[in-house]
Design a protein around this ligand. Structure first.
Ligand SMILES: Cc1cc2nc3c(=O)[nH]c(=O)nc-3n(C[C@H](O)[C@H](O)[C@H](O)COP(=O)(O)OP(=O)(O)OC[C@H]3O[C@@H](n4cnc5c(N)ncnc54)[C@H](O)[C@@H]3O)c2cc1C
Length: 455
């Protein structure tokens, strides 16, 4: 029997009575027993016993320079980079769908990077960790790649770049690059076990749906925990722990906030209304749209601040950012003194919002009857709306996972584990979380490239 150990060869061998009996079957090895022959070819034999026969499913050991677990943004970028360097690369994805989050992203148009991307757009215990990889692969490099593939794109707002057409264009770009680089991608190929081995040049042996796989470099690109029904798993964290790396506590980030029942009763009727605000939590602040929902608060301003919010904390919302509402109300009192304050405010924000907040804070009256002290009080209420969320919507709707593999354990230049040669972690599984606006993909590209240049 001749086997190419670089490809998967599955042979079902039926033996009449014992696994140790010579095999008369023409398909079977010429010499010795099935088990001996299998061992000679370094094959794994998984016996089972249907009725009175033995059946062996025999997998050839797959040998690759690089195995990447996770066919998402960072994994595919890393695969193409390593493939172009002449490395034999196999990408294993446990679901049937490659790049699912890329397809979901940016409302179907993939916000693939941000013109203003920099280390300041990331959250993590070590804020300097992302500096090296981002510096070597900045946003303009990915934009060049997008342009080389003829993908039309536009800036939506705040430097956020989206495809004109579909997220599918970005996934196709990555798949094309992988194809040109000779990368093999296998969907529906879960990995059940990873072991460090001493079989130079191979450092790892994986047990997978494809059988045993040996590789010199192993890259973990399985992402975080958000969208669990889309294929997210804690694989990266578990594997890191298996190899003695520290994993920091994880929580949902870029996620809608839920409200306490009393607040929800008040604001639920506003579901679907958006308004530009500035959200603040600690020293962080974001000026973008807030969206009222049936469960609480969402929209970019809330998603951004959610990554900084801790349970039990209040957030502060300026409902009129960039405006001195006290000055504005005084001017209104001079120019339209007989107007109701609610009517005046309704020229600045939706009437339903005005009524909800004015009912909440008992604001009413003709402008002429409201003194400076009262106008200042009203202005302060709109500029400093403080609310204590009850929680977040969790990983079910979160865009990212905060926390993760401690970056102190990983080289910022190569993404290789400091104490485990050949083991790499890239993308969202690391304790590097970007702001909303294309920063998370930029991290996936940059960390994927950094590892791809080294594996
Ligand atoms: C709805 C949504 C919209 C988003 N929009 C944007 C956006 O517009 N811009 C932006 O910058 N970011 C966006 N993000 C965030 C962005 O998608 C992620 O930060 C990015 O995909 C992370 O890349 P990654 O390679 O680390 O992980 P992923 O892209 O999540 O890829 C991980 C891959 O590993 C696979 N996997 C998981 N476990 C295993 C396992 N045990 N074995 C094998 N394979 C496994 C997964 O199925 C997946 O294919 C969005 C996220 C969501 C959820």
């Amino acid at each position: 029997m001749s086997l190419n150990v670089n490809t998967i060869t599955i042979v079902d061998i039926k033996v009449s009575s014992s696994a140790e009996k010579p095999i008369p079957n023409r398909q079977a090895p010429r010499r010795g027993t099935a088990r001996q022959e299998a061992l000679r070819y370094r094959l794994t034999v998984l016996p089972c016993r249907p009725f009175n026969t033995y059946s062996f499913r025999v997998f050839a050991v797959i040998e690759k320079d690089v195995v990447i677990i996770g066919a998402g943004a960072s994994g595919l970028m890393c695969a193409a980079t390593a493939g172009y360097r002449g490395r034999s690369v196999l990408v294993l994805e446990h679901t049937a769908k490659i790049g699912r989050k890329i397809l979901m992203s940016g409302g179907g148009r993939c916000n693939f990077t941000n013109l203003h991307n920099g280390p300041g757009n990331f959250i993590g215990a070590n804020p300097h960790f992302c500096r090296s990889a981002l510096g070597r692969y900045p946003a303009r490099n990915f934009i060049e790649l997008v342009e080389r593939h003829g993908i039309a794109y536009h800036e939506k707002t705040l430097g956020q770049l989206f495809c004109d057409d579909s997220s599918r264009d970005i996934l196709q770009l990555l798949l094309t690059e992988c194809e040109w680089a000779g990368v093999e991608i296998r969907p529906e190929a879960p990995v059940t076990q990873v072991e460090a081995i001493d079989a130079a040049p191979y450092r790892f042996e994986l047990h997978s749906a494809l059988g045993p796989i040996r590789c010199q470099s192993l890259v973990i690109a399985t992402g975080g925990l958000s969208i669990p029904n889309g294929g997210a798993t804690p694989f990266a964290y578990q594997l890191a722990q298996q190899f003695g790396l520290k994993v920091l506590a994880t929580r949902a980030g870029l996620v809608p906030l839920t409200l306490q029942p009393a607040d929800l009763e008040h604001f639920k009727p506003l579901a679907g209304i958006a308004h530009e605000v500035e959200t603040r939590c600690g020293t962080q602040h974001f000026r973008e749209a807030l969206l009222f929902t049936h469960r609480g608060l969402s929209g970019p301003a809330i998603l951004q601040i959610s990554s900084y919010w801790q349970p039990g904390q209040e957030i502060e919302i300026d409902l009129f950012p960039g405006l001195d509402l006290f000055d504005w109300l005084k001017t209104q009192r001079e120019t339209r003194s007989k107007s109701d304050i609610r009517t005046a405010l309704a020229t600045l924000m939706s009437k339903r919002l005005v009524h909800t907040f004015c009912d909440l804070w008992q604001i009413q009256g003709i402008l002429a009857e409201l003194g400076n002290k009262r106008l200042k009080q009203i202005a302060d209420q709109f500029h400093h709306w403080r609310i204590k969320p009850s929680g977040t919507e969790g990983y079910r709707t979160a865009e990212v996972t905060l926390g993760g593999i401690d970056t102190d354990e990983v080289s910022s230049k190569t993404m290789e584990a400091e104490r485990v040669a050949g083991l790499f972690f890239i993308g969202e599984c690391l304790d590097v979380t970007g702001h909303l606006g294309g920063h998370n993909f930029q991290w996936a590209w940059a960390s994927g490239i950094a590892a791809g240049q080294t594996v």
